[in-house]
Design a protein around this ligand. Sequence first.
Ligand code: UDP
Length: 504
Amino acid sequence: MNAFEKPHVVAVPFPALGHFIPFLDLAKLLASNGLTVSYVTTPANVSRLQGYLVQALNDGLDIRLVALPTPPVEGLQGCESNDLLPPESRNLIFDLAKKLQNPFDIWMEQQFHQQTAAPPVCIVYDMFMGWAVDTAQKFNIPSILFNTCGAFAISLLHSISCSILQNTLEKDGEDSLVLSFNMPRPVRLFKHEVSPAYFNPDLSSSIQRFVRQCHQEIGKCSGILINTFNELEPLFVQHLKTLTGKPVWAIGPVHPQNLSSGAGNVNTRGKMADIDEQELVCWLDLHSARSVVYVSFGSFTALSEEQTHALARGLEASEQPFVWTIKVTPKIESASSESETDHISTYLPEGFLERTKGRGLIIRGWAPQLVILSHLSVGAFISHCGWNSALESISLGVPILAWPMFGDQHFNSKLFAELGAGIQFCQNRDEIPKEESIKKAVTMALTGDKREEMRENAEKLKVMATNAVKVEGSSATDLRAFVSEMHKLNTRPSKEKEETESNS
Ligand code: UDP
């Protein structure tokens, strides 16, 4: 088959690592199933992300990183991804995302007149790049939403957004509410688990209104790809099908599961790891099976000085081995250079590093997370429960000790607690965890009574995830069904093709 016979899919991620990474994994999956994938973002992001694709490109996968010209956004100063910005400037990334529509439309136009790949058959877009639906309509091709969070979370976010719009949010006392509108079963939530902006539409910023709108509009697309597996949340995968009336392909986990075969260099996944992989693995090898707790809060969340201090005290008190990835809040003036300052040590209790020497490994900056989670010595993950991290953890059999902070993280934490593979020990962005609750959570997961039960439940989920991506598994079957749709579309005339043909 030559390149022109391959269906050409265009992927449009939101400019944040928690979105770039699953889109890169998706691009690899689609390309290894015979599709051409154009992965469209901005120049600085192309430079940062291309390392993770080197192996895939050497293996002959047809993935094209496309750098659209960066539209000017006041205040961004060269930062093109949310992890490079301090919290107060992160909303600017939504402005950048919106402004990419125009250069994207121009690039799309060119795709129907160039000779190096077949014209696109569809756009696979991120929830926060909703304008891609209009672009797809313009070119008479389908728009497929790639949902980078889970089916349970997206069902809840949709229900909350719609309930607020229709004023039907059911309060359950002062502190909690019950979500039943457009839900397959009622779910009780504490108020702190839902972003405050949802409760006060007058005060919410345009970005928060925009995010709410994205959740309301999940049915605008032609179909949904979702980074989950059916067995994990069957009720909610089915619910999305019923709710939208569109095809829903649950194809996850999309991350490379078998690191020993063809995963490529996972220490460049997202960013170049700030630790030598060999050194890390040697350190992990020194510890017995399931004895180490891994601590990380995703690609951009940095703890405050007080929170870092509290966590350090809890880890020390637990007396268990740990690997802790510490991030610092970027400063806008140094953000584009990605400098990680070394004032982390000053956040830690005096003498902490010396006292935990040998028992604790600190990674300043970026960790090769999949390498850590797939190592046999890792027995628990202190995580903010971002969907990628949570899915990676349970699909590698590691129970989660959750400290959800915002967005969908509380919902993910709830899901894994319901499945018996996680517990929550702290809640919210601003909370300072108690030393005792950290110690209790860590010892419980690594040495305590609940250890076997949590491990068994996580192990069951791992087996389910592994089976889902095997040839006859649910995710592999959905992936084949999606690829087959793309082949059908490749033979269907687009509006541009129709016009060219009728003009000639
Ligand atoms: N990640 C990583 N190393 C780090 C921090 C994060 O590889 O030091 C990866 C992690 O494996 C996951 C992604 O970055 O794939 C983070 O996504 P998630 O949804 O967990 O959280 P977010 O960053 O969006 O809050």
